[in-house]
Design a protein around this ligand. Structure first.
Ligand code: MN
Length: 254
């Protein structure tokens, strides 16, 4: 089984080391292609306005000067001798839950794989304390990763679908188990905005991330994490809201 790994936190991300250790329990045929710099929040962007540079770090280990989607695209179009059987993206430094999945470079890399018809899974490690981004404990992901992935290798993935996995901010022995749940939703009024003045006297603004809700929706990824479970959520790239189609069509009589 050939596995392609990527990570939106960059080729040197600690979570990529964790992911490689998980992947090597599944296969010896591992390829890595990741952005050269952190690309968190890049979403599903594809670099079109400048060239992308490719660097070989080691055998089957590459970085690109672009986005997570660029990294997967480069791997599929240029690097791998044949398409991989599996794409794993992560383990991300931080949550990719609820509505945040469309901002996520981690999830987007798996979306790109899904579009190419390849079984693709995004993995993220939630961390608890603010200001801890450089010291995220990947304990839950490291110890539970293989156990989460193996059943997903035997399940058929429908076309244009992917799986989003989040590990709770707990030591491995404190994790309650694994739940398959739907995508949750955030209260958008609560996103943070930091304002300040730069050294030259100009105002700047810095967007913060959404926190985990105190009362997340039932049977959602947010609730599973709040309850101490690993959240496994199948996602689809078809964003059509089916229930609105007929009502809108009725507004455009033919
Ligand atoms: Mn990231």
């Amino acid at each position: 089984m050939r596995i392609l790994l990527t990570n939106d936190d960059g080729i040197h991300a600690p979570g990529l080391v964790v992911l490689e250790a998980i992947a090597r329990k599944l296969s010896d045929d591992i390829w890595i292609c990741a952005p050269s710099e952190e690309q968190s929040g890049a979403g599903h962007s594809l670099t079109l306005t400048r060239p992308v540079r490719l660097r070989e770090h080691d055998s089957r280990r590459f970085s690109v000067s672009g986005t997570p989607t660029d990294a997967v695209t480069m791997a599929l179009r240029k690097l791998l001798p044949a398409p991989p059987d599996l794409i794993l993206s992560g383990v991300n430094r931080g949550a990719n839950l609820g509505d945040d999945v469309t901002y996520s470079g981690t999830v987007a890399a798996a979306m790109e794989g899904a579009l190419a018809g390849i079984r693709s899974i995004a993995l993220s490690q939630v961390y608890a304390a603010e200001g801890m981004a450089d010291r995220v404990p990947f304990d839950a992901a490291a110890h539970w990763g293989e156990q989460v992935l193996r059943p997903l290798l035997g399940v058929p993935f429908a076309p244009r679908t992917l799986v989003n996995v989040n590990f709770p901010p707990l030591t491995a022995d404190k994790v309650s188990g694994i739940r398959v749940v739907r995508q949750g939703f955030h209260d958008y009024a609560r996103g943070s905005l930091v304002e300040g003045t730069d050294p030259r006297g100009y105002a700047y603004y810095w967007f913060g991330l959404h926190g985990i809700e105190h009362t997340p929706g039932h049977a959602t990824d947010l609730e599973a994490i709040a309850d101490g479970f690993i959240a496994v959520t199948p996602l689809q790239l078809d964003l059509t809201h089916q229930a609105s189609l007929d009502a809108m069509r009725a507004r455009y009589p033919s």
